[in-house]
Every structure is written in structure tokens, then in C-alpha cells.
Write a protein that binds this ligand. Structure first.
Ligand code: ARG
Ligand code: ZN
Length: 440
């Protein structure tokens, strides 16, 4: 029975972390990352076909295009980074040469990079144990949120909107000074870490919120902003997946949720393909062992369900949605399911440009602005499209943080970049908050 044999080998592979070559993964020892620059349509097509066949053969543990792109054909000259296991390096480099693809090695040993990234400082009791010179696990983020809530009660309140599949509490904070007359303020919604491996997302979001909240009493800009706008913060959407990437260096590159799929050995679905606007129409698949499995139906993932319920209940207040991801340094507008643009695209684009211009000032970090489909290729069922269509949120964006699309370290951004990422992204956020105050 061939199907049975395949299922069994997938199950065994999942159980023992064994790749197709039968080797036990050793924290990505000897894995390399290459930056590859397609310079014509043929190159772009080759890379897309490669990724498709890697997914079909369940080989993305060994060779994986990290750069978030659904299609490369229209974006010749945009470099991508590819991770390659030791066994596949000779054949991969031969293939690049045969295709005439330019490449350079950007990470010599991924295991070392991951070890350096997980280096921890001496524990601190400040900020609930939180800091921004290292990456922290979910429970530290939780105690940080708790600490903010207890210490800044006049501007922060927090509730639990539900539990993740594995039972972790999902925390939603409301940040802002209530108006003296009790009237509703316009609000924005920030969330992060829907993708487990994109650690810089929650690191940047926690940095920015810490800065705004702890700086409120002494900084007149923060005061003016938080007096006029409310910020809802869903700190970490995919708590289970995030914690999974923290538990073992072998799992550092996990993307999806951790739900058991009834008919497959592979766990989870891509929560950023699981929302109910134009679900499955593009850039998503119905195969549970892939990175972009959309789930069996919209909101099959409990985290997405809690998100949508909490969000829609506040939808009349919410004028803007920023969902933080990494990487590529792009500020993305709807639509992401096909190449049409919303009627108010010029306004969304204009705010994106002003925000990313402000972001660029401190370190010269360059972002591109445009629709998801135009810049990455279409992928349906994501937060941004759902926020715009179902939440009726005018300004709905996906923000892909550092590094750039060919950025050497991809998801493994060294911890000394957390603070710079926080500082520059806060500048963009301030432009956005000001726009919401001026307009609503
Ligand atoms: N990198 C993100 C993802 O693949 C981008 C999502 C952008 N939005 C969209 N509707 N395609 O999930
Ligand atoms: Zn992402």
C-alpha cells in the first residue's frame, strides 16, 4: 500500500526529525544560506518551480526559499535567500551554475547563527523580566504585559481573549488615556507573531509599546498621541508555534500553528491563510504538510477565531490594522488575494510612503510600499485582506520588518538589531497614529 508507506515515512520523519536523507537534524549544523539573484524570467520561474517541488516532496526542512514571495516572475532582480542542508549543497550549487543564477553564501553555518541568536543576558527583574538585547520566550512576554498592566493602570488594561490550541492565554491590551468625557476614541490594532519563526515581530512590537507606555509621563508627543487614540495590542497570535520555535534549535524555522490534523501526520496550518476573506483563492494549499496549508476551512485555527471575534467586536473604533511579520522590509496594502486594488489605495499608499520615510531616518533602512500582490505575489486568507474586507478597516497593512528580501540572515536576525528595529519602526507608527488622529 504505497499511500500507507508514504504516510508512515512522513510520520517517522516527523517523530525523529529525520529528513529525506535519513540524517537526524543537529540544530542546522553545516546548513548554509545563499543569496540568489534572479536576473530574468527564466531564473524567476526556476526558483518558483524549485520551491513548489520542494514542498511537494516535503523537503523544505532541507532546502527552503526563506524570502516571502508567492511569485517572482514580475520581480526579476529582487534577491532571495535559500537555506540548503549540507547533503544538498554540492548539487544545489551545480544547479545554480547550470541555470546561470548568481549566488553568494551569506551564512556559513546556520547552527552557529542560531546559537548566537539564542544567547541570553543575565536575568533582569525590570519590565517584568523583559529586555530587548535578547529574544524572550512566551512566558516572559506574558509577564511583561502583566507588568505594564499593573504599573500603568491609567493607560493600560489587558484581557484574555481566549486560549491557544495548546491552552496558552492570548492577551489583548488596550493602551491609551480614556477621554475625560468618556467618549470613544478612534483606535488602531497592532498584532504580531502570527508566524512562529518571525521573532523580530513580537520583539519590535513589545519594544515600541514599552517605549510609548513607559515614556508617556515624560514625552509630550507620546502623551498627545495616547490621549487621542487607543491602541489595541494582540501581542502574540501564534503562541504555540512561537513557543515551539523556542524549545529546540531543530524547530527554529517552524511557521504554522501546532494543531493536530486528523488525517495527516503534520501539525498545524498557516494562520495567515486561514481568515475568511477569499479563503484559498490564491497562494495557499490544501496539503497539511506544507508551509502555506490554509487549514481545512476558514477559522479552523482557534487563534484566528479568537482574533476575529475580539477584532470584530471593536470594529467600529478601529481605523487601522498593522500586522507585524518578517522579513523583506516591505509595507504592504491590500489586496493580497489578487491583483486588484481597493478604491482608496492612493490614500493607503500615501500613508505607507510617509510612514516608511520616517522609518528610514535613523539608520537608512529602506522599505518598499505597495500591494501584497504587486510586491510578493498573491496569497489569500491573510490578516490584512480580512481586516480591510470584514473589519471594514480603512488602513490595513502587513509590515514585513528587517532584514531586506535578500538580507543575509533571514529569520535569524541578531538580537543587537532588536532595538534599532524598534526605534525605526516606532517612527513609522507615530506617523500612522497622527494620521488616524487627524482623519477620524
Ligand atoms: N509574508 C506574508 C505571508 O505570506 C505576506 C502576507 C501579505 N498579505 C497577503 N494578503 N498576501 O503570509
Ligand atoms: Zn510572516
Amino acid at each position: 500500500n504505497p499511500t500507507g508507506a508514504i504516510l508512515l515515512s512522513v510520520a517517522l520523519a516527523a517523530l525523529f526529525c529525520v529528513g529525506a536523507e535519513g540524517k537526524v537534524k543537529d540544530g542546522f549544523r553545516g546548513y548554509k544560506v545563499y543569496r540568489v539573484t534572479p536576473s530574468n524570467e527564466k531564473h524567476a520561474q526556476f526558483l518558483m518551480d524549485l520551491q513548489k517541488s520542494l514542498e511537494a516532496q516535503l523537503m523544505t526542512d532541507e532546502i527552503d526559499i526563506w524570502t516571502d514571495t508567492e511569485s517572482l516572475s514580475t520581480k526579476a532582480d529582487q534577491p532571495v535567500v535559500i537555506m540548503v542542508s549540507p547533503e544538498h549543497q554540492p548539487e544545489m550549487l551545480q544547479t545554480f551554475d547550470a541555470e546561470g543564477l548568481k549566488y553568494e553564501e551569506t551564512v556559513a553555518d546556520l547552527a552557529r547563527l542560531i546559537e548566537e541568536e539564542s544567547r541570553a543576558d543575565a536575568p533582569t527583574t525590570k519590565n517584568g523580566g523583559m529586555s530587548w538585547t535578547q529574544y524572550h520566550n512566551y512566558s516572559t512576554i506574558e509577564s511583561f504585559v502583566q507588568w505594564l498592566t499593573v504599573n500603568y493602570p491609567t493607560i493600560v488594561s489587558t484581557s484574555v481573549i481566549g486560549q491557544s490550541y495548546e491552552g496558552r492565554n492570548l492577551h489583548l491590551s488596550k493602551v491609551g488615556k480614556p477621554r475625560a468625557d468618556g467618549k470613544t476614541k478612534p483606535a488602531v490594532w497592532f498584532d504580531s507573531q502570527i508566524h512562529a519563526r518571525e521573532w523580530i515581530a513580537s520583539a519590535t512590537l513589545t519594544y515600541m509599546m514599552n517605549e510609548l507606555i513607559t515614556g508617556y509621563s515624560s514625552n509630550s508627543t507620546y502623551q498627545r498621541l495616547l490621549d487621542q487614540v487607543d491602541i489595541y495590542v494582540l501581542w502574540v497570535i501564534n503562541a504555540d508555534g512561537f513557543e515551539w520555535t523556542k524549545t529546540s534549535s531543530n524547530e527554529r524555522l517552524w511557521r504554522t500553528t501546532r494543531r493536530v490534523n486528523p488525517f495527516a501526520a503534520c501539525l498545524g496550518a498557516d494562520p495567515n491563510r486561514n481568515y475568511d476573506h477569499k479563503w484559498m483563492v490564491s497562494g495557499a494549499v490544501q496539503s497539511p504538510c506544507t508551509q502555506t496549508y490554509a487549514g481545512a476551512f476558514p477559522f479552523s485555527e482557534i487563534e484566528n477565531l479568537h482574533h476575529t471575534e475580539a477584532y470584530l467586536a471593536r470594529r467600529k473604533e478601529i481605523k487601522c490594522l498593522l500586522t507585524f511579520h518578517s522579513f523583506s522590509q516591505v509595507w504592504l496594502t491590500p489586496w493580497g488575494y489578487d491583483n486588484s486594488l481597493p478604491a482608496d489605495y492612493p490614500e493607503l499608499y500615501d500613508l505607507g510612503v510617509r510612514a516608511t520615510n520616517a522609518l528610514r531616518v535613523p539608520y537608512g533602512t529602506v522599505y518598499r510600499v505597495g500591494s501584497s500582490t504587486a510586491l510578493l505575489g498573491s496569497a489569500a486568507g491573510a490578516t490584512d485582506d480580512w481586516g480591510k474586507a470584514k473589519g471594514m478597516t480603512k488602513y490595513s497593512y502587513t509590515v514585513e520588518l528587517r532584514p531586506s528580501s535578500g538580507g543575509s540572515n533571514g529569520f535569524i536576525l541578531p538580537p543587537n538589531q532588536i532595538i534599532p528595529s524598534g526605534i525605526e519602526t516606532l517612527r513609522a507608527v507615530i506617523v500612522v497614529l497622527q494620521q488616524i488622529i487627524d482623519e477620524f
